[in-house]
Ligand binder design. Sequence first.
Ligand code: CP
Ligand code: NVA
Length: 306
Amino acid sequence: MTRHFLRDDDITPEEQAQILALAATVKADPFSARPLEGPRGVGVIFDKNSTRTRFSFELGVAQLGGHAVVVDGTTTQLGRDETIEDTARVLSRFVEAIVWRTSGHERLEAMASQASVPVINALSDMWHPCQVLADLQTIIERKGKAAGLSMTYLGDGANNMAHSLALGGVTAGMHVTISGPEGFDPDPAVIEATRARAAETGGSVTIERDPRAAAAGADVLVTDTWVSMGQESDGKDRRAPFRPYQINTDLLALADPEAIVLHCLPAHRGDEITDEVIDGPASVVFDEAENRLHAQKALLIWLLEQ
Ligand code: CP
Ligand code: NVA
């Protein structure tokens, strides 16, 4: 059966550990693995803006010996009326994997249902699992491990990053706390899946309304934009209720003295994070951005071996 990577629990905890170990190997020796030599193709489709995901997949595929066909989804026939399912069947004849950034998660599920090659979620409204592989790689680089560490996410607890950090984090055995204003808690189905995973790994997930209690003693603090792509005019107040969840020096001072700070970027400086924190010694955000390349190369190598 073709393996896909649409959400963080599409891989087992053991498989996640294998991919993260491979990511470290690939980072140390970037040009050794050439599974796409030929060049064989990878389709990379963007229905939304991107900087990191676009550069890291296009260059990652090239470094693996392949060729990435990177397209804006609206310029393909998907942007007119060709079905996702027919597109999946056609692309499967051309490429070894399909990478897609889109809105509704069900669109990725439809693609995967008819693709005979792996489909990789490059961000949907529900999940951002490639980002969390890079986040875990960064945590392991700095802390030597992820299992058993506490990670607190502050901000929009209902967005793709909150969901993937919860599910991907507990898959790695972490204790994840999500802290955001009322009305912005994770999808209950995500919490259910996360608790199921936590039972396997010894990790845990907690929702904590009080940002100071959530930050207290944390090994890792994470945030993300308060306004995700597509939410610009959803009619919700995405500023005032979020203010107490900003990662600033006061909140960081409550975390473990050796705490690190992650942000998937792009950052909205002065909103979810201050300049002092993102440019300060606890911040690992640019290592995190770089690790998108290494983690995704490892993911591609691993998926192509399945
Ligand atoms: N973090 C992330 O996915 O960045 P891009 O939107 O620039 O790809
Ligand atoms: N939550 C953000 C992540 C951007 C990489 C969004 O979906 O816009």
